[in-house]
Write a protein that binds this ligand. Structure first.
Ligand code: SAH
Ligand code: SF4
Length: 375
């Protein structure tokens, strides 16, 4: 089996080069070719000795993901659907803004957390992505967009791990991918502009603080345990008091002096005045210090199986006002790319009924045409 070099962060690549009898600095050159220049054939890497190129050629590949489809939204948002084998697909979304380009990256095919308002959660868990499959989303998007814009300049300035899956339940693959994103020899994304969003895998928040302290977003959705248990089932394992302690500790190492809390506005479920006050109480329990927070209210993006609806605009505003009046910074997320189902929680990534896919896949190696047509 050939080694996919997209699986390695720079440290691992250096160790790999050493194992081939090469000097470590060769790894830096190789890493730059792959990630900064988007090279995938060793032939192109003209400043590497011919003998090294031949040796790499026989052992390694730079294998990106296969694109199943691409959709362009009216607002400039782009959504790619990538094939990750066995009938699974993951989605990656590019969101252009005036002063930045953000890529929303997936970490798993499906998700095991099963939040009731999330279509990935409804889909269930298929498998973890490996590091190469996570980084390939950025590799592909960055170099495709550069080529289309005829530029050598970086297009993607921000990455958010907010696509499909729970990144902190795929920790060992996530960390090398984050390191490659952060590396000056890789994508040079700053720690402040790289955000991991989690539903609250408490022990892994702490570990990430040691291994790759990037910006943290926590999906809160309710600030009382009884309701959060229902909306985000992981809360039963890591209840709100533990989550709060983990967030407080993370602030010590975080690149920003606040943590972002995402709160999906669900009509009649978590959007009352009382629910807003519960957030305030949770952020500052009696006698304790205030947890430094920014609240991001996300209008719920409906999908049929959820049976839920989004809070009316007036309710979202009133809710936001309560938090604002208490001195919190509150933003209401603009929905982007909803005409192509690229908005938060709309990433389902299911290609076809699985049984159907596997029977077709065994007969043919390419993606079934029906899958391409349906996106
Ligand atoms: N698993 C991680 C990251 C992926 S979800 C997490 O839960 O944080 C990214 C964000 O989209 C989360 O804040 C999630 O709560 C939100 N989200 C999920 N489904 C949604 C929906 N239908 N409408 C709006 N936001 C949704
Ligand atoms: Fe998983 Fe996040 Fe969706 Fe919850 S919101 S099911 S954690 S992807």
């Amino acid at each position: 089996m050939l080694v996919n070099l997209l699986d390695f962060d720079l440290q691992h690549l250096s160790e790999y080069c050493e194992s081939l009898g090469e000097k470590r600095f060769r790894a830096t050159q190789l890493f730059r070719w792959i990630h900064q220049r988007g090279a995938k054939s060793f032939d192109e890497m003209t400043d590497l000795a011919k003998s090294l190129r031949l040796s790499l050629e026989s052992r390694c590949t730079v294998s990106p993901l296969k694109v199943i489809s691409r959709q362009n939204s009216k607002d400039g948002t782009i959504k790619w659907l990538f094939d990750v084998g066995d009938g699974n697909a993951v989605e990656t979304v590019f969101i252009p803004e005036e002063d930045r380009g953000t890529l929303c990256v997936s970490s798993q095919a499906g998700c095991a957390v099963g939040c009731v308002f999330c279509s990935t959660g409804h889909q269930g868990f298929s498998r973890n992505l490996n590091t190469s499959e996570i980084i390939a989303q950025l590799w592909f998007a960055e170099h495709t967009l550069r080529a289309e814009r005829s530029t050598q300049e970086r297009v993607i300035s921000n990455v958010v791990m907010m696509g499909m899956g729970e990144p902190l339940q795929n920790y060992s693959a996530l960390i090398p991918a984050l390191k490659t994103m952060l590396s000056d020899h890789g994508y040079g994304i700053s720690r402040r502009r790289l955000t991991v969003s989690t539903s609250g895998v408490v022990p892994m928040i702490e570990r990430m603080g040691k291994d790759a302290p990037v910006a943290l977003a926590v999906s809160l959705h309710a600030a009382n345990d009884e309701l959060r248990d229902r909306l985000v089932p992981l809360n039963k394992k890591y209840p709100l008091n533990e989550l709060r302690a983990a967030c407080q500790a993370y602030l010590e190492v975080a690149p920003r002096d606040f943590i972002t809390f995402e709160y999906c506005m669900l009509d009649g479920v978590n959007d009352s005045d009382e629910n807003a006050v519960q957030i305030l109480d949770w952020l500052r329990p009696r006698g304790q210090m205030q947890l430094s927070a920014k609240i991001n209210l996300i209008p719920f993006n409906p999908f049929p199986a959820s049976g839920l609806t989004c809070s009316p605009t007036q309710r979202v505003k009133a809710f936001s006002q309560i938090l604002h009046n208490a001195g919190l910074v509150v933003t209401i997320r603009k929905t982007r790319g909803d005409d192509i189902d690229a908005a938060c929680g709309q990433l389902a990534g299911e290609v076809l009924d699985r049984t159907d896919v596997s029977s077709r896949m065994s007969k043919q190696k390419t993606i079934p045409l029906k899958a391409v047509e349906s996106f």
